[in-house]
Design a protein around this ligand. Sequence first.
Ligand code: SF4
Length: 150
Amino acid sequence: MIIVSACLLGENCKYSGGNNKSEKVLEYLKDKEYIAVCPEQLGGLTTPRDPSEIITHGDKDGKDVLNGKTKVVSNKGIDVTSNFIKGAEQALKIAQKNNVTEAILKASSPSCGCRYIYDGTFSKKKIKGMGVTASILHENNIKIIDEEQI
Ligand code: SF4
């Protein structure tokens, strides 16, 4: 079973109210079993919502959010760390309940990004690292890739 970022399937769960539909992902999943999740919605955030980033200080990422070493903040300065952690835990619970072994996640998201994330300065600058949900799935031995790796 595969877990997938819902926005990649065309669900309008993105912070802006839109989606990140990927024909490549849909084609890849055509004959496979999968479940769609949006961790930010699972964490109780509304859609649309203000965009948020992990405060990376240049080298921190989702695993540091999970360990309490940094936080996730919206562009209005609201601390949404607990929403991001709750969403990641919910996504993991769904994955474990469904024997998920693989995840296809939206690149660069503070939740779903698995190779790069925005650096927390809201200046479109990215650093190497994982989002909060990508980190928790990775820590639990689920293979994570983003849509650009398909
Ligand atoms: S990237 Fe992840 S958290 Fe963001 S809208 Fe897509 S599924 Fe939801």
